[in-house]
Design a protein around this ligand. Structure first.
Ligand code: FE2
Ligand code: FE2
Length: 274
């Protein structure tokens, strides 16, 4: 519980610092992900969730920050918040590109704000909000690994590839921060399970609404010169159920997966843009 005494947890040293990069989306085609409509629209739908979702993560973690004594974790929290704020801003800039491509997105964004943050958020406890954040951070780290390890970014238009590569790297860099805050303030396994259940319901619900909304609009706009029917990745590799099962294993910690080599390989790609 948020008002209980914090536990002492061993926090591994990790450098978490936001990079100030501004991306250029001019000329991004509608089917920017391997020319595939479904893949492009699916990531566009996620894109609609990121800015408000990441601001929610920041609120949820900040609420508990004062309970954390460990200077290492406190520094990581600052880095985490800085990274998430920057992600939200850059993904929000992509909204203009979506609108230029012909999508009406304000209707969904209003619905998302009203249901997710005006209605659901105030009706949940701070501990549950933190646990939901930790579960969603597990998904972002999982998707980030997928994007980088499975070469998904290679099939993306360069403008979006740069945005996704940067976001994926930073999600992996701060993958354990919210988790360690939750461990420090309330380490009940039941709370972690409840957070995952609520996260699945909210993410599944909002993603589906955004995806169907954008897909119907995209179909109405028709094919483009680059449209191809082939999905640019193997759907079976997405592995969301596997990710949930790993998360629900007692003793799970995000650091159990070693991402250092993957990060080193892709940080290189960011360098020219930095
Ligand atoms: Fe993020
Ligand atoms: Fe994150």
């Amino acid at each position: 519980m948020s008002n209980s005494r914090p536990h002492v947890v061993a926090v591994p040293h990790r450098h978490v610092e936001p990079r100030r990069i501004t991306f250029e989306f001019e000329g991004t085609p509608r089917h920017w992900f391997g020319g595939n409509r479904v893949a492009s629209v699916a990531v566009d739908a996620l894109n609609l969730l990121f800015p408000a979702g990441e601001r929610f993560f920041v609120r949820a973690v900040r609420h508990h920050a004062a309970l954390v004594d460990d200077p290492e974790l406190r520094a990581q929290i600052r880095g985490f918040m800085g990274q998430e704020v920057r992600h939200g801003l850059e993904h929000e800039r992509f909204f203009t590109t979506l609108e230029r491509q012909g999508f009406e997105i304000q209707r969904f964004l209003r619905f998302f704000e009203r249901v997710g943050f005006a209605f659901v958020e105030p009706r949940t406890s701070p501990a549950l909000r933190l646990s939901v954040t930790v579960a969603l951070e597990h998904f972002t780290a999982h998707l980030a690994e997928l994007a980088l390890r499975e070469g998904l970014v290679e099939a993306m238009h360069p403008s979006v590839r740069a945005l996704i590569t940067w976001h994926a790297i930073e999600e992996i860099e701060h993958k354990s921060v919210a988790f360690d805050v939750l461990r420090a303030v309330d380490d009940r396994f039941a709370l972690r399970v409840a957070g995952m259940a609520v996260a699945c319901a909210l993410l599944g619900g909002f993603f589906s609404v955004a995806f169907v909304d954008l897909l119907l609009q995209d179909l109405a706009m028709g094919r483009t010169a680059e449209t191809s029917g082939r999905l640019p990745f193997d759907l079976r590799r997405v592995g969301l159920v596997r990710a949930v099962r790993r998360y629900l294993t007692p003793g799970f910690h995000p650091d159990q997966r070693d991402h250092e080599a993957l990060l080193a390989q892709h940080r290189e790609a960011l360098r020219p843009a930095a």
